[in-house]
Write a protein that binds this ligand. Structure first.
Ligand SMILES: Nc1ncnc2c1ncn2[C@@H]1O[C@H](COP(=O)(O)OP(=O)(O)OP(=O)(O)O)[C@@H](O)[C@H]1O
Ligand SMILES: Nc1ncnc2c1ncn2[C@@H]1O[C@H](COP(=O)(O)OP(=O)(O)OP(=O)(O)O)[C@@H](O)[C@H]1O
Ligand SMILES: [Mg+2]
Ligand SMILES: [Mg+2]
Lengths: 256, 256
């Protein structure tokens, strides 16, 4: 049975997509079979793997709104052992459409269950909000991976996110736990980053991974080439950090 | 009659809140009477001015959901001529609540009309999505200010945003125009930033302000002190850039 993890944080631009794309790649290169689900209408995880978003092709929208089985939607990413369910622009209207539906929070959960046995790890990239798409992801998965940017505004939103996770655990998904929190875009030259990192560890304790992702321009260049950093700049600080994070995530999963 | 401007971009972390807080401050210091509306459930603009988000106090949620008049909700920011309508955590549930309401896209527009004559400029900080809160803002205002981070993923979302603006203009708000686009977090040492900036100017032409906001650590430190950068670090690169942007925005508004 594969483990399903949502990568979520309602604060925008904290590194959710960058973490999903690069962590998934490292896990696949290390031998896991991995599925990435791009649940963000922006479709950044889809383009991060160089997959074209083609308006005609079926996407995660057809699954969430029309109940189309997930397995049939998976497309290759060019990385062995790593498949993707692409986003589509239509997803931008999904939250309003979902609001009027029956069992609106459990639509993704129903589709994910039959898919789990086919993969070792399923990673869901969430949009920057706590709306019905993110709630669907939190309801469907085993755990939540929380990227936290080493910035003040990003720190503010953590308690709201933890609160939402607790609500989902109480009402929709009793097994939901925190997989871990990863500090991202850490610039060791600034006091702000050091202060925020210390505060995050104070709040979340050993939920926070040892691995910290540094600010690295290679990480932000890689998507413009449609490739994860492990393939674009394998010797960069960014690639090294996501390799270490992948090892830490796998070690923790093995101990559960 | 005051000019109402929404600061919007569904891409997360591109500098929407930083632009609203610091542009509003410059306009107020230059003598305009300014109202900031924090329409983001995260409430970063509210804390950017050092205003406590108190669960009991009335907020923009009460306006959008219960029709409470906006003027009564305005609180001081400590900056002469600058008032704020604060966000609240309850706003996180507003999009789902709005989905089932009559005239759900026009609720903010109806409340904003009687407020316009009291201010020279009204700036609305939007959440990172194209959901009903952002659509309410786009329906209520004269124009949209678009911060665009000098990064690849941020570039991808611009056409989706322009498309949404056109849809709102056709169906909900015929006067809606683009106030301007501002390039943010520009790091002149990276080719990526230079390439993205050139691409943005290629797409949007003279809608893009001359002023480019550089990456500046003072800008990200200021919110942890609850003060705009003009008060926290008035001689920093960030404060200077937002002063120039303010002058450019005022000059363009005067010529309309
Ligand atoms: N460690 C890093 N160093 C430098 N740049 C980074 C790093 N991580 C992410 N970035 C860049 O920062 C921007 C934001 O990251 P990303 O898009 O992954 O965040 P997100 O949380 O998925 O955003 P959204 O909330 O819009 O979905 C992107 O342009 C990305 O390329
Ligand atoms: N020019 C800049 N230089 C350095 N840091 C910046 C700059 N502009 C914004 N920041 C920092 O980058 C982060 C993202 O900016 P901000 O929160 O204003 O973006 P946003 O678009 O409002 O995000 P969201 O999509 O979550 O609402 C914040 O931590 C902010 O302090
Ligand atoms: Mg993302
Ligand atoms: Mg913001």
């Amino acid at each position: 049975m594969g483990r399903a993890i949502a990568c979520a944080n309602q604060k925008g631009g904290v590194g959710k997509t960058t973490t999903v794309v690069n962590l998934a790649t490292h896990l696949a290169l290390a031998g896991d079979s991995v599925l990435v689900v791009d649940l963000d209408p922006q479709g950044n995880a889809t383009s991060g793997f160089g997959v074209e978003r083609n308006g005609q092709a079926a996407s995660v929208y057809d699954a969430v709104i029309d109940g189309v089985p997930l397995l049939g939607l998976a497309v290759p990413t060019g990385i062995a052992g790593l498949s993707l369910i692409a986003s589509s622009v239509a997803l931008a209207g999904a939250e309003v459409e979902l609001a009027g539906m029956d069992q609106r929070e459990r639509r993704l959960w129903r589709l994910l269950e039959p898919t789990r046995s086919r993969f070792d790890v399923i990673l869901i990239d969430c949009p920057p909000s706590l709306g019905l798409l993110t709630v669907n992801a939190l309801t469907a998965v085993d755990s939540v991976l929380i990227p936290i940017q080493a910035e003040y505004y990003a720190l503010e939103g953590v308690s709201q996110l933890i609160g939402t996770i607790q609500l989902v655990r109480e009402h929709l998904n009793p097994r939901l736990e925190i997989e871990g929190a990863v500090i991202t875009m850490f610039d060791s030259r600034t006091n702000l980053a050091t202060d925020v990192a210390a505060e995050v560890r104070g709040h979340l304790g050993d939920k926070v991974y040892e691995t910290v992702i540094p600010r690295s321009v290679r990480l932000s260049e890689a998507p413009s080439h449609g490739r994860p950093v492990a393939l674009y700049a394998p010797n960069s600080k960014g690639a090294e950090a996501y390799r270490r994070l992948g090892d830490e995530v796998r070690a923790r999963m093995a101990h559960r």
